[in-house]
Design a protein around this ligand. Structure first.
Ligand SMILES: [Zn+2]
Length: 587
């Protein structure tokens, strides 16, 4: 293996100070130019005293005089805020935003809860003239800041029973993103904060994917680089794998942030501390930190040599390969995700059983991914389309074998998620054999008999495993009150009812073929394709989380007495026709 050189040193810790500052928009309404204009008009009637108050509080916040700023704002609230006209409401919203900032930057819970209460109690009124996206964004920031106060260690994930704040923050960000619906600076800010919330929940694969996508859209968006640096270090802990390449990449992100002129001073300070710490670690272990640029170039040239299908897989974040999460070189050439690796010895009778489950997940996911690729990006298969005829009903449905590949890809993913639920039950022995299990609902507090009734408590006791919490957080996305419940709804319609793919949102239905005793759901091909990709990425993340969950639970103590059972790859990789370049590279 050319990618498992391990550094055995103390984990890197990011100092907490200044961390929160980075993720707040500097001003409450920076989000939307149209909205800003509207607000300026509404703020015209504000009294000179209130104008002065906001200026002073902002200045104090920027100078880190949080206590003074908070007292000033509290005094204004005590005087009474008007909520029956736009001028009063804009003032209220600005005060709320400032309090949330002050609280998260100054680690002051009271300030955050005061700001949060102002927003939550007046949400309906505020909705009349603010975008839902900016309200949810600020609610998400407030809840995420409260979660940070309760779990200040950036490498720790709150347990299942203590996860409500992070779940709420994540849901606000998802809502805001959906409502915003555009790719601009505010969207990058939103996606960065969502990625941070996912990272804190242990959902590291999705977080890394999100940072990559933001950086791809806007390479100069410095906060995505800064947080990607931390995410790589979190990934190293969750996966129990550390390569010099991974550390060098984290170093490069901190280097970039340290040099960014637009980064806030507090962010730059953290970046400099981290940069120096990682440099020292790499130096201590004799790894050359100057190699980053050469390595990136080698990685790029190797990435260009993958097969077109592998390039598609890597580009769309669909590889089941740990190295692919941060590098697309030769190390990402195949899906080699396993519970046990050469760097992580595992122990226990359950391991082969768990690997059997993982084999199943990988096989089904590989098929779902291939079908998606064939349906959207490749016409090399002869689908014999002309051998089937369909009746023209002028109802707008696209019906063909190619479309079936896409529909099957979608359905396979939900089946994989349900099998992950089975895998968790196997790992912790928390299921009745007769029980029908689904990914999203087996986490519910007890209502049934037998093992199911004590399951929630058994799982809560395992909350120190961040990847178990990550799976729970994913499950809350797809349950009936989650942001991605449409995955389940569509699946049920695909399996048991009628869901058809159309060009337009509401196509004509000349013969009323779509109407009957039950509805026929119409989804545009464009939306269905986008959602299928999202679902594939979501499923891939769940497979990683399951693997890390199992790896963590079965990790063997290094006592030197263990008996080793070696698991090998079933279909060994064929020897390369030409020797691979850079073979003696260390990462
Ligand atoms: Zn690599």
């Amino acid at each position: 293996m050319d990618h498992d050189a391990i550094l055995d040193s103390e984990p890197v810790r990011t100092p907490d100070c200044g961390y929160h500052k980075s993720i707040r928009a500097p001003e409450y309404y920076k989000a939307d130019a149209r909205e800003q204009t509207k607000l300026k008009i509404m703020a015209i009637n504000r009294t000179p005293e209130d104008e002065q108050l906001l200026r002073t509080a902002t200045k104090l916040r920027n100078e880190c005089s949080y206590g003074q700023a908070q007292r000033l704002l509290k005094a204004r609230i005590t005087q009474g805020l008007t909520i029956d006209n736009p001028t009063g409401l804009t003032l209220l919203a600005e005060i709320a935003g400032l309090l949330i900032d002050i609280g998260s930057e100054g680690h002051n819970e009271q300030a955050i809860t005061d700001g949060l209460a102002l927003l939550e109690n007046n949400r309906q009124r505020l909705e009349g003239f603010l975008t839902a996206a900016s309200i949810d964004y600020n609610l998400g920031n407030a809840k995420s800041a409260l979660a940070d106060l309760r779990t200040p260690n950036l490498f720790e994930t709150p347990g299942l029973a203590d996860h409500d704040l992070l779940l709420a923050a994540k849901n606000h960000y998802w809502k805001a993103l959906k409502a915003h619906g555009r790719k601009d600076h505010f969207a990058h800010q939103l996606r960065t904060n969502l990625a941070n919330a996912l990272r804190k929940s242990g959902r590291i694969t999705e977080a890394l994917t999100a940072y990559d996508e933001i950086i791809n859209d806007d390479p100069a968006f410095i906060m995505a680089h800064f947080h990607r640096g931390l995410a790589l270090l979190v990934f190293e802990r969750l996966s129990r794998t550390r390569t010099p390449n991974l550390l060098r990449q984290a170093l490069a992100e901190y280097e970039l942030t340290a040099q960014a002129t637009d980064a806030r001073p507090a962010v730059r300070d953290v970046a400099i501390t981290m940069r120096d710490r990682i440099t020292k670690q790499l130096d201590d272990h004799g790894y050359n930190t100057k190699k980053i640029r050469t390595e990136t170039n080698i990685g790029k040239s190797e990435a260009a040599k993958h097969s077109p299908y592998r390039q598609f897989t890597l580009h769309h974040h669909l590889a089941l390969c740990e190295h692919s999460l941060y590098c697309h070189c030769n190390g990402a050439r195949r899906d080699d995700l396993m519970i046990a690796t050469s760097a992580n010895t595992v122990t226990g009778d359950r391991v082969p059983r768990l690997e059997l489950i993982l084999n199943r997940l990988k096989a089904e996911f590989g098929t779902a991914r291939l079908l998606y690729h064939q349906a959207t990006n490749d016409d090399s298969w002869d689908l014999h389309e002309h051998e089937i005829t369909f009746t023209e009903l002028f109802e707008g449905e696209h019906v063909s074998t190619r479309i079936e590949l896409l529909r099957t890809s979608f359905r396979l993913c939900l089946g994989i998620l349900d099998k992950i639920a089975l895998g968790i039950c196997e790992l912790y022995n928390v299921a009745d054999p007769s029980e029908k299990l689904y990914f999203e609902n087996f986490w519910q507090p007890p209502t049934r008999k037998g093992k199911a009734s004590t399951r929630w408590n058994s799982l809560c006791a395992k909350s120190t495993n961040p990847s178990l919490v990550a799976l729970y957080s994913q499950a809350t996305d797809v349950r009936s009150d989650g942001e991605w419940t449409l995955f389940k709804t569509w699946r049920n319609d695909l399996e048991h009812r009628f869901l058809i793919l159309t060009e337009e949102t509401t196509p004509p239905d000349i013969f009323k073929a779509r109407q009957g005793t039950f509805d026929t759901r119409c989804i545009t091909i464009k939306e269905f394709t986008q959602r299928t990709l999202h679902l594939l990425q979501f499923t891939r993340s769940a497979i990683f989380n399951f693997t890390y969950c199992a790896r963590n639970e079965t990790a063997s103590a290094d006592d030197g007495k263990r008996i080793t059972l070696t698991l090998q790859h079933k279909n060994r990789e064929a020897a390369p026709r030409n020797p691979r370049p850079h073979k003696n590279r260390e990462s």
